[in-house]
Design a protein around this ligand. Structure first.
Ligand code: SIN
Ligand code: FE2
Length: 193
């Protein structure tokens, strides 16, 4: 796992996130068992990640609006590609960006990103807004997770042997970020299809 501190520019990304959310609003998805996810989500790109009573998957249209997901902004793609290349993945070409919005108290349980077709492509994960503690576990869920504090602008790349590591996010603490206010955002770039 490669951590590039301060690699992303929060000021540049804020209006792009706003534009995406205007077309495909952040929403709380449900799990197969009917639970509500703690982070609000939306997507940009050729497909978007969905969770509902049928489980997890990628879809080409937003079920909330019936329209295609908004296009991935060029600046998003460039950031993901350039950072992946720096981390040793020069061929990364994401087809989706999952956007997570965490209010204080929201976190994400240990999981691995396993809904993509090809695990040869890395995941590029951009943290924005309020700080958070990212948890990096092992290849088994039972392995103890190591806490990694993340600040606004930090970018994590996990690929190769790290691609299927369990990971999660501790509940975000209340605060006020100069750019993003009372939220943490995370952009996760993937090659899903
Ligand atoms: C995720 O694993 O999908 C989100 C990670 C994060 O919010 O940092
Ligand atoms: Fe994840």
């Amino acid at each position: 796992m490669v951590l590039c501190r301060g690699r992303a520019g929060p000021q540049t990304l804020l209006p792009l996130i706003r534009d995406i959310a205007q077309v495909a609003p952040f929403r709380f998805m449900t799990t197969r068992r009917g639970g509500r996810m703690a982070a609000a989500m939306t997507s940009a790109g050729a497909c978007g990640w969905i969770s509902d009573h049928r489980g997890y998957r990628y879809e080409s249209t937003d079920p909330e609006t019936g329209k295609p997901w908004p296009a991935m902004p060029d600046a998003f793609r460039a950031l993901a590609r350039d950072t992946a290349a720096e981390a040793g993945f020069p061929d990364f070409d994401p087809d989706t960006c999952l956007l997570n919005r965490y209010a204080p108290g929201a976190g994400m349980g240990l999981h691995r990103d396993g809904d993509e077709r090809d695990f040869a492509a890395p995941i590029v994960s951009v943290s924005l807004g309020l700080p958070a503690v990212f948890l990096v576990g092992g290849l088994e869920k039972a392995e103890r997770a190591r806490p990694v504090p993340l600040q606004s602008g930090d970018v994590l790349v996990f690929g190769g042997p790290a691609r299927l590591l369990f990971h999660g996010v501790r509940p975000v603490k209340p605060g006020a970020d100069p750019v993003f206010g009372p939220f943490r955002y995370n952009l996760t770039f993937r090659r899903a299809r």
